[in-house]
Design a protein around this ligand. Structure first.
Ligand SMILES: Cc1ncc(COP(=O)(O)O)c(C=O)c1O
Length: 466
């Protein structure tokens, strides 16, 4: 009997021999009942010491692949059943819809000119304060008994966030209704699990935030894009069947306008009439440039129809993977269960460190500093953009860390031109589920500053005119 063994690869010779034999057994090269060559023969064939072969055989006997009896040699006992071919393997369940997400705007790979949407600069984090807070959280954790955490998240952080929402977003909530999540994205996922069944109708903004759309599609929902105008979502265009409406009312993603009060009230009225859930994603409303931002839509909700999502991805950094969800009372039990099934509870030490950062005032100081810095960047970007009035008009932005540009004339091969000029920025078309009705580009200014802004804008102007 012939076995094909390759002793290539990393690790010691004994380990490679063992792995190669094990692979041959799993691949079914030798059927059950078959006798393997004696250790002496195999060692001679492979040019290795007999001891290595004996040891490999012994390990495989201990694992149950091989059996042996004195005088009868070593036999194959069991091989795993052959794997089904790719096409026969189980796929997603009925109605589910999975597809790969693009890396939009170069959020994962920097280029020469970096305007990725919604990414903040790691170097600007309040590292000294964070280090102190982490050390304190570690010391505290080392003194705990060490039980599993609360699925809602740490009480100290929930309290700190509840206070923050009260003064910064006009949102009265207590720590009890808060769920700490791993980014707004987990909040969306949990909401979709407990509130969306395959075939349900979910309305999203058009253009909108692709990862939100993707979560609902993966649940098997019928996702209906609803257009926005200068007052935000066109509520009168909502499909009657919508049982969930996802919106970004503080700062529409990606175009930037806030949702008017009239539309907010109309949306709440729709939710009441249709017993629908409104998901408010308030991802970057903190960075406000003109006066005080409108309070959260959730602050108008007296019937518990709005689920409010917040994130630390813009105010600190997406690496932290920390966000929160103000749970509507009717969904709290289901959401807590879904969270417990998903990841149990959020990571303890980062939560405690963040709570400390908020309680000690370092977080508020960081926000004030970033507000000043982003205002300066936005002005610089505005000035650089204003030098090319024939090419584009920036859409008005009240808040946030990006600007959407409307191009004066369409550029058919915009993605290719951006790539050729090594510009990381997103064509607005990438945020539309259907045909884009607006030609433009989204420019994030979270990681770009000073002259790099001017150079980036000049490169963009050249890429577009060339
Ligand atoms: C519309 C919108 N919602 C939420 C987020 C934040 O998601 P997360 O908190 O999961 O990082 C982003 C980030 O880009 C966003 O653009």
């Amino acid at each position: 009997m012939q076995i094909h063994l390759s002793l290539d690869g990393a690790g010691g010779l004994g380990q490679r021999l063992y792995e190669s034999l094990r692979r041959a057994l799993i691949d079914g090269q030798v059927p059950p009942g078959e006798r393997l060559p004696s250790s002496r023969v195999l060692a001679a064939e492979l040019g290795v010491s007999r001891r290595l072969v004996v040891e490999a055989y012994e390990r495989l006997v201990a694992e149950g692949f091989l059996g042996g009896a004195t005088g009868r040699g070593t036999f194959v006992l069991r091989v795993p059943p052959p794997l089904p071919r790719e096409a026969e393997r189980p796929g997603p369940g009925p109605g589910a819809h999975w597809r790969p997400l693009p890396d939009w705007g170069g959020r994962r790979a920097p280029g020469r000119h970096n305007f990725p949407g919604g990414v903040t600069d790691r170097a600007l984090l309040p590292w000294a304060a964070w280090r102190r807070a982490m050390m304190a959280a570690l010391r505290e954790a080392s003194r705990d008994i060490g039980l599993y955490g609360d699925p809602r998240g740490e009480a100290s952080l929930r309290l700190a966030i509840a206070r923050y929402l009260g003064y910064s977003r006009g949102l009265a909530c207590d720590g009890e209704s808060l769920l700490i999540t791993q980014g707004a994205q987990q909040g969306l996922d949990l909401l979709a699990r407990v509130r969306v069944a395959p075939g349900d109708t979910v309305a999203v903004e058009e253009p909108g935030y692709p990862p939100a759309r993707a979560v609902f599609e993966a649940r098997g929902a019928r996702v209906v894009p609803v257009p926005v105008d200068d007052q935000g979502l066109r509520v009168e265009r909502l499909p009657e069947a919508a049982s969930l409406v996802y919106v970004t009312p503080s700062h529409q993603f990606p175009l930037g306008m806030p949702m008017s009060l009239e539309r907010r009230l109309a949306l709440l009225a729709f939710a009441r009439r249709h017993d629908a859930l409104v998901v408010e994603d308030d991802y970057d409303g903190e960075f406000c440039f003109e006066g005080r931002p409108l309070d959260a839509l959730k602050s108008l909700d007296r019937e518990g129809r709005v689920a409010y999502l917040g994130s630390f991805s813009k105010v600190l950094h997406a690496d932290l993977r920390l966000g929160y969800l103000v749970m509507p009372p009717g969904l709290a039990t289901a959401l807590l269960q879904a969270r417990a099934f998903s990841d149990g509870s959020p990571p303890l030490v980062t939560q405690r460190a963040l709570a400390r950062l908020m309680i000690d005032g370092d977080f508020a100081r960081h926000l004030r500093r970033m507000q000043r810095l982003y205002t300066a960047r936005r002005t610089r970007l505005g000035d650089a953009l204003a030098a090319h009035p024939a090419l584009w008009t920036p859409l008005p932005q009240v808040a946030g860390i990006h600007v959407a540009l409307r191009l004066r004339s369409p550029v058919a091969d915009l993605p290719a031109r951006l790539a050729a000029a090594d510009i990381r920025a997103n064509p607005l078309a990438s945020f539309y589920a259907g045909e884009a009705s607006l030609d433009g580009v989204l420019l994030g200014f979270g990681v770009i500053d000073g002259e790099a802004i001017d150079r980036g804008v000049a490169a963009l102007a050249e890429a577009i005119t060339r």
